[in-house]
Design a binder for this molecule. Structure first.
Ligand SMILES: C[S@@+](CC[C@H](N)C(=O)[O-])C[C@H]1O[C@@H](n2cnc3c(N)ncnc32)[C@H](O)[C@@H]1O
Length: 277
């Protein structure tokens, strides 16, 4: 799927006028804003609890700016931070404190197909990162790559959200505005267009980001993005096809077992390599 085909015509016009720059999701302006936009760390507490106190090897797929990577390394684990965005890597590099440099290995690679020549105690695919794998083949290839990188006693942990009724009912598209004030007279305003296509379980997102400096609008950026909301059964099947088995499926980091309430919500899955019979 070509994400640029999902741009709103009005944003295409803005680009044609030369009034805005096209930046891919998680690149350029989107990488710079990522930490201001993300919030919460309940997943980090869960990973710390689940991985435990013994120093472990962890591969985080789609590691971004290190929201999860850095606390895991701080807890004594060795973390391979794999991401395909050089801009997210640059931000992470700038945040890693000197005492953690030998415990964080940054890998610029595509999570659909990677080869690190080592096996890990844990592979994490957190915070809806699976949404970026919009084609079936991408998900299949990613899960096979995960399977090749797990130790026999290793664990693969995924987190993604189930679509809420509000998200599903957004068939016609809507706009939303957020403003991030970063100084007295500077910051960013982000206009988000979103629409959900239920048949393809696809959320279509367009961001128009306006940079404000010295109290004036100075630059504009346009970003198209796609998010695929996978059904739990599809993920279970992909895990099995990749040679792993699901150990548990939860609705909450507190251990509540998963049940599809129809209201959307969290899905946490833990899998391990299938033992040879
Ligand atoms: C939602 S962010 C999660 C970042 C981080 N794990 C966190 O929890 O804050 C998704 C990340 O996945 C990365 N990503 C998306 N598609 C990817 C791919 N095919 N291969 C590697 N990284 C990818 C993006 O660059 C982005 O940094």
């Amino acid at each position: 799927m070509n994400v640029d085909e999902f741009l709103q015509p009005e944003l295409v016009k803005l680009l044609a006028l030369g009034a805005a720059e096209l930046h891919a999701d998680y690149h350029g302006i989107n990488a710079r804003l990522y930490d201001s936009v993300q919030g919460g760390d309940r997943d980090v507490e869960y990973y710390l609890r689940t991985i435990g106190d013994r120093p472990a090897s962890v591969l985080e797929l789609g590691s971004g700016t290190g929201r999860v990577t850095i606390p895991l390394a701080e807890a004594g684990h060795t973390v391979y931070a794999l991401d395909n965005s050089p801009d997210m890597h640059d931000i992470l590099r700038g945040k890693v404190p000197a005492h953690l440099r030998d415990r964080i290995v940054q890998v610029e690679a595509d999570m659909r197909d990677f080869c690190l020549d080592m096996a890990f105690n844990f592979v994490l695919l957190g915070l809806n990162t699976v949404f970026s794998l919009v084609d079936h083949e991408s998900r299949r290839d990613c899960f096979h790559s995960v399977s090749r990188h797990l130790k026999p006693e290793g664990r693969f942990i995924l987190y993604f959200m189930y679509p809420s009724p509000e998200l599903v009912s957004n068939k016609d598209g809507m706009y939303d505005l957020s403003v991030y004030q970063e100084s007295q007279d500077g910051g960013h305003a982000v206009v988000t267009y979103s629409r959900y296509e239920a048949a393809r379980r696809l959320s279509i997102l367009n961001f128009l980001t306006l940079e404000i400096a010295d109290g004036r609008l100075c630059r504009a950026f346009v970003t198209p993005a796609l998010e695929y909301y996978p059904p739990v059964d599809e993920i279970r099947l992909l895990i099995q096809e990749a040679g792993m088995e699901v150990l548990e499926t939860l609705s909450d980091y507190d251990g509540t077992p998963f049940s599809d309430s129809g209201e959307g919500g969290d899905v946490i899955m833990v899998a391990r390599p299938r033992s040879p019979d």
